[in-house]
Design a protein around this ligand. Structure first.
Ligand SMILES: [Zn+2]
Length: 71
């Protein structure tokens, strides 16, 4: 599923997951892939459910944009 591009969360409102190495922030064995809200990069792969990252803002390693499942 495609994520929503978000701004930097205000301090304490959400966790930001960042990784240094290129590739998805999360890798699991489920069937849900999450796509960056600003480009087409996969930021999380193989989740059981998007609700696993409901309150986490993910930083795309491709474009540096922040994305979240929250609307
Ligand atoms: Zn991106």
């Amino acid at each position: 599923m495609k994520l929503f591009a978000v701004d930097e969360p205000s301090l304490g409102s959400a966790s930001v997951a960042r990784v240094e190495a290129p590739g998805p922030v999360f890798v699991g064995k489920g069937g849900v892939d999450l796509i960056c809200g600003s480009c087409e990069h996969v930021v999380a792969r193989g989740l059981e459910s998007a609700s696993q990252v409901a309150n986490i803002v993910m930083e795309c390693t491709n474009c540096g944009g922040l994305s979240s499942t929250r609307i």
